[in-house]
Structures are given as C-alpha cells and as structure tokens.
Write a protein of this length. Structure first.
Ligand code: AMP
Length: 210
C-alpha cells in the first residue's frame, strides 16, 4: 500500500503517520525528519538545508524528488510506504506519479487559524522524536511521556516561522488538494477531532483499501 499524507503544518501528519505505519506495516517516510537529520552535519549542504528550514521555506523540488526516490528504493519500503510531508508542490506530485502508484491520499484538513496555536504548543522529544502538545501534558515538566527524554521546541515551530510555513502551505501545497481530488485519490479527514478519533477514522478508511 502506498499512502500520501497531505495537510497543513500542525494538522497532526507525523502523529497519525506513526499510528498508520504501525497498523499496516508501512515504512514511514517523513521528509521533514530526513531534512532535520541532514542539516546536523558540518557542510555547506547541511548549512543550506538549515537556512531554508529555519525560515520555513521549501527545499528545491529536484533535490526533494531525489531524496524521496532514493528512500523509496530501500528494502523496508518494499511492502509499502507512507509519505509524510511529500509532495508539497505540484511539481513534486507530478514527479511522484512517475515513481510509484499511489493508493490513497489522506488529507488532514483543519482551519489555518487553529493551526498556528497548535504548532506553537508543540514539543518534540529530543531522543525519540515523539510529538507532544504542551497543553495536553500531565506534568509541567518538559519530559517525554514515552521515554523520559527532554521535550524541546523545534526552531521552525517558533511563531514567526510558523506564519511563513502556513503562508507557503496556502500558496504552494494547498493546490494539491484539488489535484488529488481530480484523480479520485483524496480522502478528507477532519483533523480538528481528538488525536485518537482521527487515527481511528484513518485506519477504518484504509482498511477498506487493503
Ligand atoms: P515538516 O516536518 O514536514 O513540517 O517539514 C519541516 C520543513 O522541512 C518544512 O517546513 C520545509 O522547510 C522542509 N520540507 C519538508 N518536506 C519538504 C518537501 N516535500 N519539499 C520542500 N521542503 C520540505
């Protein structure tokens, strides 16, 4: 099964992708995680990626297509994969169509207004990458509920960057909703529901496909 997750930043793609990948045995391909990993090195390439991410901009299409097609050729993707954060432009979607046949595009829809707040409350575990909402944590200590690691705010989750990411989403990525609607692949899910309800709905719809 080849699945794409589409939706604005903060709609819960990463969290839901983990649930769905566990349930269906898919490889989770998060381009955001791959780029954050790539920017840790000490090279011009790493610094270039870091500069783009810290402004909330988009990494060039050709580079993204190369990264994703290399990743999809790896062994763990043979049973299917879930793309989380790719494609983000029409050019990337066109390129993806030449790489693989997609079974479904899950669109996590949410009002842009509510998203900025949700992203600003988001914290990520510095050791296991679990995503938490600060407002939903039981304790005021910034400790990961899964592994006890330190919870931190991603640089690109800071408010100035968030605004830019939402604007770029509107301009470059939201046209993909119509793009995939026209090809009959789009499944819309209301991402403003509680996390568990969103997860159950996605799994129910995908079970019908598998
Ligand atoms: P994410 O974790 O998916 O929100 O991605 C974090 C950042 O990585 C984005 O704000 C972009 O700067 C970059 N990025 C991730 N995926 C892509 C993509 N498909 N095309 C261009 N840039 C991307």
């Amino acid at each position: 099964m080849q699945i794409v997750f589409l939706g604005p930043p903060g709609a819960g793609k990463g969290t839901q992708a983990s649930i769905v990948c566990r349930r269906f045995g898919l490889a989770h391909i998060s381009t955001g995680d791959m780029l954050r990993q790539a920017m840790t090195g000490d090279s011009d390439f790493a610094r270039g990626i870091k500069a783009i991410l810290s402004e909330g901009g988009l990494v060039p299409d050709e580079l993204m297509v190369e990264i994703v097609s290399n990743r999809m050729a790896q062994e763990d993707c043979k049973n299917g994969s879930l793309l989380d954060g790719f494609p983000r432009t029409i050019a990337q979607a066109d390129a993806l169509a030449g790489i693989v046949d997609i079974d479904a595009v899950v669109y996590l829809s949410m009002e842009l207004e509510a998203l900025a707040q949700r992203i600003a409350s988001r914290r990520v575990c510095s050791s296991c990458n679990t995503i938490c909402n600060m407002q939903l944590l039981d304790s005021i200590e910034m400790i990961c509920p899964d592994c006890g690691g330190e919870l931190i705010q991603r640089d690109d989750d800071k408010m100035e960057t968030v605004r830019n990411r939402l604007n770029i989403y509107e301009r470059a990525t939201s046209p993909l909703v119509d793009y995939y609607k026209q090809s009959g692949l789009l499944i819309s899910i209301d991402a403003a529901q509680p996390i568990e309800a969103v997860g159950r709905e996605i799994v129910r719809v995908l079970e019908r496909l598998s």
